[in-house]
Design a protein around this ligand. Structure first.
Ligand SMILES: [Zn+2]
Length: 193
């Protein structure tokens, strides 16, 4: 959805400004998230210490991505966390006819995510944007031609915004038509004079 696994991790807190919803409330949530994420091992176990590291990495990635979106210098504390995590061991990749097989423990996964964050945040051509649905607050990488993408995802946000805009237009045009027909009646020439 975000176009980068580290940004996807940062996106596991939804609606950050208004009413944050944390999708990773416990180590089991993190294990499930890793299993569902493309390019990460299918099965990892997260102890409480690894879970705490994942959450601090996530918040550091979000902070740095927001710094990047807003065009301000990176937060030094965030840089320490991301750079420190990236220095760890990385997952093993293996190619076969079945495709890619990635293996490694949770530490390797976090290191991989930190490296992904560094790669995208260091790229001056990467177009990082915050989702156009104001409440969403997800930061994503826009890879579309001409960088015209406005929302983190059509299903979650684009369609919701479009449906709301459609309803607003219909309300507005219904009001305008009412006003026009009223005006038209007033403008009618007297039938007999
Ligand atoms: Zn969104």
């Amino acid at each position: 959805m975000s176009g980068n696994p580290a940004l996807d991790l940062a996106g596991t807190v939804a609606t950050r400004r208004d009413d944050p919803v944390d999708l990773l409330a416990a180590p089991a949530d993190l294990e499930r998230w890793v299993a569902e994420c493309d390019g990460l091992p299918d099965r990892v176990t997260a102890d409480p210490a690894a879970f705490a590291s994942a959450i601090s990495l996530r918040e550091a990635v979000y902070r740095l991505a927001l710094d990047r979106v807003l065009g301000r210098p990176f937060d030094p504390g965030g840089l320490d966390i991301v750079n420190g995590t990236a220095a760890g061991p990385v997952p093993t990749m293996r190619l076969s006819d079945a495709g890619l097989q990635v293996s490694g423990d949770i530490r390797a996964v976090l290191s991989h995510l930190a490296r992904s964050a560094i790669t995208v945040l260091a790229d001056p051509h990467a177009r990082l944007k915050e989702c156009g649905r104001a409440a969403c607050t997800r930061i994503y990488l826009d890879r579309s031609r001409g960088a015209r993408r406005t929302w983190c995802g059509m299903d979650e946000c684009g369609n919701r915004v479009k449906a709301a805009a459609y309803r607003a237009r219909r309300r507005a045009s219904a009001t305008a038509v009412g006003r026009e027909s009223g005006a038209a009646r007033d403008d009618l020439p007297p039938l007999s004079r």
